[in-house]
Design a protein. Structure first.
Length: 776
């Protein structure tokens, strides 16, 4: 291979990889003929502090999404290596993703290739427009190799090799082309064994195996290529390819591969890949790549995301029964909030008689209860990352039961008003943390169906309360049994959690052997449900700090995709409250006063309409959401993007818009009540379909912030619905219900613009905003 390697008494070295991070590069920069819209994940050895880079580099982060959770020094320290013992750092070249921070190693000399200083000086901040950092070249122990002053020998096809330790164990090969000063490391690991560390001489293995060609015409900042001198770079690649053919040489470079690099192992990686990742692989087909290291679903081709650990206590490895019972618990917790809130609607008349107040005044307690259901999510949700999922659900439910009991026993309106407010704050937590449970226990390809189960139970609750309340008030003529029923439901929920509860939070940045020990058995499950285990087991960085947990809500709200999604959902869901208010009032109003003259029981029967509609919507979405996602995946080589979810919204709107018009015309012209049934049913079917699609889309965009996504969407739902109660009835009486509901239908139609905007620009907005940076 070359004169220096003919000697058999040379020393050897060991080679270890320090995986400091990763970033994305467009495939069109790397390979000729590559897809113009796809990217591949590459190793990244950049600074831990990404904000230290020049502006021209930081502007590219929108596209490259660099992720460096820990620096090289931190990783070495965690592995037991004293950073003071590191005495040499070699840079392959000075591009931002290869330099790291040499100042982490106080006793180390720094070697750079010949020509580096001329190419990189003056660096940033001396030159504000430079992509290079001046601090590297100002390092007190930096040494630039010289063609004239240093001794070079030949190594195989490379005419210049620098023997770092003068024993042949580690050589630096002069490898020009990519940029001035580019070096290749060559480590001797055995008597006749070598490992080449190629740096950026060649970004894809297909190039030096001759399966592909170097990309031309595209590059960073509008460059024609990834290489400064393309022809010289090709010559270097030829030399590497010649060495790589030899059996005793292993080539290691920052290379990517096919779809395998789009596999996301956890929610954070999905965000780093801008929501675009491999969900289905074609096992046995060449383009499917090597999937031997991937865990797949039972169908043999769906990638399990996140990739589960081998820990039996990993919630992803729980039995289906255990997962679904905990899902039912959180769904019933979500049900409790609006069930308790809606149950108070039929009681206002009898309460007003008892306390000599008008129904409008009594309903003030209900209005405040509703808004508290939205606010509660912002208060409670961050605690699930600080204390745990199940303890927050359990203790909030206990408090909710206590305040519901207070409502049932209230001797006067003032007490009832206070109890209703606190009931709303505590009893609706399941509405905002359900997504976190789903994210923890179920794989990505299961999310839409599990969201459908949770949401169907959750979204039916605003109607179940008035349904039961109307029957009970109509039969008993008193209001307290209604709240005893809500209290009974709360106790039932608490009992379910005591029996089936367990903690599903599992920090996947920790290896299984570093996870807090989770012992099996009912007593240990109960300890985790009550939050005792979480208090006793708090490894550093396993749980989030309170500041970070609350700060993540604000960070997510500032991601452009989220406000648009929240606005779209708020516009649609608010009219669900509008139909509920107007229909129930007019159905119960005497015929002589312009209503339908229904009894309380008859109004209760009308609530079968949303029940049936929501069940049909869940059945439809249960299959359609998977079908539309799978159809896209089949047509895009197994890749998935979040915007696929949004197509389902058009079907929901197709039913919602005419449903509103039908209800408005029926109420205004006093047509047969069947018009209300069909219109209301059409609208609620659409709401169910839209709810799952919209929530699943938001979760797919930011899966590492499942709780925050749930809290913000629920807040938008509640605030919009809360506001309708203040103008819906008066608006219809003043302008006509045909006009008011017609305008509502028009706003739903206009909301299509928001969906189209997300489909067109959602990916770009996510790329611009980047992933969630406040990590737990």
């Amino acid at each position: 291979m070359g004169s220096i390697n003919d000697q058999t008494d040379r020393a050897i070295v060991q080679v270890s990889v320090v995986p400091t991070g990763q970033l994305f590069l467009p495939d069109k920069w790397i390979l000729a003929g590559a897809n113009l819209n796809t990217k591949t994940l590459y190793p990244d050895y950049s600074f831990y502090d990404l904000d230290a880079y020049p502006k021209c580099i930081r502007e590219e982060f929108v596209m490259t999404n660099p992720h460096v959770p820990k620096s090289a020094g931190e990783l070495l320290s965690e592995a037991g290596v004293l950073i003071e013992s590191i005495n040499l750092v070699v840079y392959s070249h000075l591009h931002f993703d290869h330099i790291g921070n040499p100042y982490e190693f106080p006793n180390a000399k720094v070697i750079v290739g010949p020509g580096s200083r001329v190419a990189a000086s003056p660096g940033y901040p001396k030159n504000p427009n430079s992509p290079f950092l001046e601090s590297i070249l100002e390092h007190p122990h930096v040494r630039e190799l010289s063609y004239t002053d240093d001794e070079w020998v030949s190594f195989g096809p490379f005419p210049r090799a620098f023997d770092v330790f003068r024993d042949g164990s580690f050589l630096l090969l002069d490898a020009p082309g990519h940029m001035a000063g580019h070096l290749i490391g060559c480590a001797r690991t055995g008597l006749n064994e070598y490992v080449l560390m190629g740096g950026d001489c060649c970004h894809h293995r297909k190039i030096f195996t001759r399966e592909g060609k170097v990309g031309e015409g595209y590059g960073p900042n509008g460059a024609h290529s990834m290489h400064k001198d393309l022809e010289t770079a090709k010559s270097t690649i030829d030399k590497v390819a010649e060495l790589n053919k030899k059996d005793d040489v292993l080539g290691a470079s920052d290379t990517g591969s096919d779809n395998q690099d789009h596999v996301a192992n956890n929610p954070a990686e999905i965000e780093l890949e801008n929501g675009e990742f491999l969900l289905v692989v074609n096992v046995g087909l060449e383009k499917g790549g090597d999937v031997s290291n991937l865990k797949l679903a039972k169908d043999g081709h769906t990638v399990l995301i996140p990739q589960p650990s081998d820990d039996p206590q990993d919630p992803l490895n729980w039995s289906s029964f255990k997962k679904h019972m905990l899902l039912i618990c959180v769904a019933f917790g979500a049900f409790a909030g609006d069930f308790g809130s809606g149950a108070g609607v039929p009681t206002v008349l009898v309460q007003g008689i008892e306390w000599t107040l008008t129904p409008v005044v009594v309903q003030y307690s209900g209005n405040l209860n509703v808004i508290m259901c939205g606010v509660s999510g912002l208060l409670w949700m961050p605690l699930i990352n600080y204390w745990g999922r199940t303890p927050v659900l359990f203790w909030s439910s206990v408090m909710g039961a206590f305040f519901t009991l207070g409502c049932a026993l209230s001797p006067n309106f003032a007490t009832f008003y206070g109890m209703r407010t606190l009931e709303g704050v505590t009893q609706s937590v399941g509405q905002t943390i359900g997504l976190a449970f789903i994210e923890d226990m179920f794989f990505f390809h299961e999310h839409a169906r599990k969201i459908g189960i949770w949401y169907a139970i959750y979204i039916i609750s605003p109607f179940w309360g008035p349904f039961c309340g109307n029957f009970m008030v109509g039969t008993m003529g008193t209001w307290r049994p209604v709240f005893w029923l809500v209290f009974a439901w709360s106790i039932f929920l608490i009992c379910m959690m005591i029996v089936f509860g367990d903690e599903c939070y599992y920090n996947r940045s920790f290896k299984p052997d570093h996870q807090p020990k989770r012992e099996s058995g009912y007593i240990h499950n109960l300890s985790r449900t009550l939050g005792i285990w979480q208090v006793k087991n708090r490894p550093p960085k396993y749980w989030g700090t309170l500041l970070k947990c609350y700060g993540r809500l604000g960070e997510l709200l500032l991601k452009p995709v989220m406000p648009v999604t929240m606005l779209f959902y708020a516009i649609l869901f608010m009219w669900s409250v509008g139909i509920n208010i107007t229909s129930s009032i007019l159905l119960g109003t005497p015929i002589i006063a312009g209503g339908y003259g229904f009894s309380a029981k008859a109004v209760g029967y009308m609530y079968f309409t949303p029940f049936v509609a929501i069940i049909i919507g869940e059945f439809f979405g249960h299959y359609f959401n998977d079908w539309i996602a799978n159809r896209y995946i089949r047509n895009h080589n197994g890749l998935f993007v979040p915007e696929v979810r949004l197509w389902t919204n058009y079907i929901g709107l197709f039913f919602m818009i005419p449903g509103l018009v039908l209800v408005g015309q029926t109420l205004q012209k006093h047509l047969h009540w069947a018009g209300i049934v069909f219109g209301w049913g059409m609208f609620q079917f659409g709401v169910m379909v839209v709810s799952v699609a919209t929530v699943a889309y938001a979760l797919d965009c930011y899966p590492s912030a499942s709780g925050e996504v749930s809290a913000l969407i629920n807040f938008a739902r509640v605030v919009s619905g809360f506001s309708v109660g203040y103008f819906q009835q008066e608006w219809g009486l003043k302008e006509g219900f045909d006009t008011s509901f017609g305008i509502q239908a028009a706003t739903c139609t206009a909301s299509i613009f928001l969906i189209v905007s997300l489909q067109m620009y959602g990916a770009k907005l996510r790329r611009w905003a980047g992933p969630i940076k406040l990590k737990i």
